[in-house]
Design a binder for this molecule. Structure first.
Ligand SMILES: CC(C)(COP(=O)(O)OP(=O)(O)OC[C@H]1O[C@@H](n2cnc3c(N)ncnc32)[C@H](O)[C@@H]1OP(=O)(O)O)[C@@H](O)C(=O)NCCC(=O)NCCS
Length: 157
C-alpha cells in the first residue's frame, strides 16, 4: 500500500503520527489476511511495533504486508514499512510490525484458514519463529498459562 504523508497526518515535529501508521499497517495487513483466507478477518492483536525511523511530511510511504504463518483460525502478518527517496527512488526500511488476524464467519465466529508455505530464507525464518510469538502474545493477553508455552520455555532450556 503506497501513499503520501499529508499535513493532517503529522505530529508537531512534522513527522507521521504513530497512530496513523498503525492504521495504515492494520489496513494493509487485513488485506493480506483476507486474500490468504478469503474470509472476513479481524485484528486479534498487535504483537510488535518498532518505530525505528521518523517518517517526514511529504514522504511516499509503502507498507508491505505478508502472511508469515497461518495456524488454525489465526494468521500472523508481517509489516515492513519503506520510505522512498524523492530523487533516487531508492527505498529505505523505516519501520516494521507484526499483527495477528483471525478469520471469522458472518457471526464473528473463528473459522479455519489454509496453511502458508514459506519459500525464501526470510519467509522460512519468520514462519519458524511465529509459534513462539503466538504463545508470547497469548501469555501476555492472559489467554495461555506461561507453563503451557512450550516454545517460550524451550528458549530458556
Ligand atoms: C479475535 C477473536 C475473533 C478471537 O475470538 P476468541 O473467542 O478468543 O477465539 P479463540 O480463543 O478460538 O481464538 C481464535 C484464534 O485467535 C488466536 N488469538 C486470540 N487472541 C490472540 C492474541 N491476543 N494473540 C494471538 N493470537 C490470538 C487464538 O490463538 C486462536 O488461534 P488459532 O485458532 O489459530 O489457534 C475475538 O476476540 C474478537 O472478535 N475480537 C475483536 C476483534 C476486533 O474487533 N478487532 C478490531 C478491534 S477495533
Amino acid at each position: 500500500m503506497t501513499d503520501l504523508v499529508l499535513p493532517s497526518e503529522t505530529n508537531p515535529l512534522n513527522n507521521l503520527f504513530g497512530g496513523e501508521l498503525l492504521a495504515r499497517m492494520d489496513r494493509a495487513a487485513s488485506i493480506a489476511a483476507r486474500r490468504h483466507s478469503r474470509r472476513i478477518v479481524v485484528t486479534a492483536s498487535v504483537n510488535h511495533v518498532a518505530f525505528n525511523r521518523a517518517v517526514p511530511l511529504g514522504s511516499v510511504v509503502t507498507v508491505e504486508a505478508k502472511v508469515s504463518r497461518a495456524f488454525k483460525t489465526s494468521m500472523e502478518v508481517f509489516l515492513d514499512v519503506w520510505i522512498e527517496d524523492r530523487e533516487s527512488g531508492v527505498r529505505t526500511k523505516a519501520n516494521e510490525a507484526i499483527y495477528t488476524f483471525v478469520a471469522v464467519d458472518e457471526t464473528g465466529r473463528p473459522v479455519a484458514v489454509p496453511e502458508v508455505t514459506p519459500e525464501s530464507e526470510l519467509e522460512i525464518s519468520r514462519y519458524d519463529a511465529a509459534l513462539r510469538r503466538k504463545q508470547l502474545s497469548l501469555v501476555l493477553a492472559g489467554k495461555m498459562k506461561a507453563h503451557d508455552a512450550t516454545e517460550l520455555k524451550a528458549l530458556f532450556e
